[in-house]
Design a binder for this molecule. Structure first.
Ligand code: SF4
Ligand code: SF4
Ligand code: SF4
Ligand code: FES
Length: 522
């Protein structure tokens, strides 16, 4: 047996073990990207580096064998810095968008490409779940939203944007008019209660997501019926009240209580609400500074002052969102505020640091060149945008929705929630801009496999897929092509991806540490 010190603890391990083996045996986590147990080592990513103090060197733990008396640090500032540099280097030549431009421009940050893939494959139950992760009242928004997401849609570079808003409405209507509209699974009751001032889009949305977390919500509003400007400011022919009522019904089924015809400041004071409830949401719609005087929070002429990330006001436990904090009056932005407030309030009630919704690391391709649009179009139907046969007010029928969804170019990364590179870039604050690389490689997409897509710009050349296909004796498999910096992963003899991955597609997608190899439908 060999002995070493690992993060100050004495460890014994059998001869021949690597430092990574020793760390694993001691329950110490070291990140890896190009290492896979049972396969030969490759030592290309260098994110597994650790500091060995006897030699004074930084060494890759996945291949360095343990020697007697080693003193290893896996978590020092120097080690973190080295890992960040390794990641900076990988990102400097990375060509991929973690998230699609449509999603980045949606104020509610809905996962649009995922919803579209679900519609295209007829998975409407999954599609409504995807929508409701970010938008609590999609049938309403599907009728009134000016769709800023469509202005960001990349398909407009080819012909015209995908009709995202109509697709969302199509799914929402199917669900809302079904026998049992989607009711999310709510967490068990936390015993904490939240008062929400304002039954408009921000208040309704905050209540929906708070109820999902198991918090009891009561909405106070001076009007007769819930909906705020949606009910009292939008004409019936644009937003039928029946649609709004049905979406409010869903909220009531979650146990959300409505105290209508209750004017805050007259029928009940902010002080009383603060006494009776564990947290308070202020979402009363547009208000002038004077009328907010008795609300006991800091205001300017623009409305209530909040922390932009958490929506917390100057008073602890009091959060604000919607038109009372933002000059724009987009309902979808208010709905997004509602969800953000719910996340912050959930933190607050759980007594954990209130961070609000954390934005993730984003790899971005940047400007897309004309030939790259053709690459993006490889999985898309080239036909012009589909017009609803009954007119825009009637919305899509099933066939139209499916055809329109097939126009999507899938601009997002299909491994965005399962990408080691993204996770580690976030953890080590890595940046694609650290190494100033002139220009970038063109975006390419290989679609010649029934279920797998290969986007070589996201490949970090870890060689895992090459070793997996080799070990499984694939007829063609994958291989490294070219030399030096110009090396890339490809299929031998210019064969198709289908020919390369006949038996190992699933394993290669699973082990690929990035979105280079991904399932088309996820
Ligand atoms: S491979 Fe990872 S880092 Fe690259 S675009 Fe996809 S999710 Fe983002
Ligand atoms: S083509 Fe699809 S994924 Fe790309 S921006 Fe448009 S809707 Fe989003
Ligand atoms: S495609 Fe292959 S070589 Fe490239 S990152 Fe994925 S597993 Fe590694
Ligand atoms: S070099 Fe060790 S995991 Fe990549």
């Amino acid at each position: 047996m060999l002995e070493l010190m690992l993060n100050g603890k004495k460890i014994s391990i059998k001869e021949g073990a690597t430092i990574l083996d020793a760390a694993n045996a001691a329950g110490v986590n070291i990140p890896t990207m190009c290492h896979l147990k049972g396969h030969s080592s490759f030592t290309s990513c260098m994110v597994c580096v650790v500091k060995e103090h006897v030699s004074g060197r930084l060494i890759p733990s996945c291949t360095a064998p343990v020697a007697n008396g080693m003193i290893i640090d896996t978590d020092s500032t120097e080690v973190h810095h080295a890992r960040k540099s390794a990641l900076d280097l990988l990102l400097s030549e990375h060509v991929g968008d973690c998230e699609a431009p449509c999603r980045l421009t949606c104020p509610a940050h809905m996962n649009i490409p995922l919803m579209i893939r679900q519609i295209a494959s007829g998975k409407m139950t999954e599609a409504i779940e995807t929508i409701k992760e970010h938008i609590s009242i999609p049938a309403v928004l599907g009728r009134i939203c000016p769709a800023p997401c469509e202005k960001g849609c990349r398909r407009s570079r080819f012909d015209s944007s995908v009709a995202i808003c109509l697709l969302k409405r199509f799914v929402a209507d199917i669900d809302l008019y079904s026998k049992s509209p989607h009711i999310p699974v709510c967490g068990i009751s936390t015993g904490r209660n939240v008062a929400i001032v304002g039954a408009g889009p921000a208040g309704l949305s905050a209540a929906y997501y708070l109820a999902r977390c198991g918090h009891q919500c009561t909405i106070f509003d001076d009007r007769q019926e819930p909906g705020g400007q949606l009910r009292y400011g939008v004409p019936e022919n644009i937003l039928p009240r029946q649609v709004l009522d049905k979406e409010v019904e869903v909220l009531k089924k979650l146990g959300i209580l409505f105290e209508m015809k209750m004017k805050v400041g007259k029928d009940i004071s902010i002080c009383e609400l603060r006494e009776k409830f564990d947290a308070l949401v202020l979402a009363p719609g547009k208000k002038d500074q004077y009328s907010l005087l008795s609300w006991l929070v800091k205001t300017t002429e623009k409305g209530i002052v909040i922390d932009a990330h958490t929506h917390m006001t100057s008073e602890s436990g009091v959060f604000a969102g919607g038109a009372v904090v933002h000059e724009g009056r987009l309902a979808v932005r208010a709905v997004g505020h509602g969800r953000n407030m719910a996340v912050s309030i959930d933190h607050f009630l759980k007594k954990i640091p209130v961070t609000g919704v954390l934005r993730r690391f984003e790899s971005r391709i940047g400007k897309i060149h004309e030939p790259e649009i053709i690459e993006f179009m490889k999985e898309s139907d080239c036909s012009q945008s589909i017009e609803p046969s009954g007119g825009a007010t009637a919305g899509f029928c099933v066939d139209e929705a499916v055809r329109e969804s097939k126009r999507c170019m899938h601009c997002d990364c299909r491994k965005q929630d399962d990408c080691k590179l993204r996770d580690l870039a976030e953890k080590y604050s890595a940046s694609p801009k650290h190494f100033n690389v002139e220009g970038r490689k063109p975006f390419t997409r290989v679609t010649t496999h029934t279920s797998v897509v290969f986007e070589s710009g996201k490949c970090i050349k870890c060689g895992l897929c090459v070793r997996i296909t080799e070990k499984a004796h694939e007829t063609y498999g994958l291989t490294f092509v070219g030399r030096g910096f110009d090396t890339f992963v490809g299929i031998p003899f210019n064969e198709s991806l289908g020919a390369g991955l006949q038996t190992t597609a699933e394993e290669c997608v699973k082990q690929c540490p990035t979105g280079a190899l991904a399932f088309k439908n996820c």
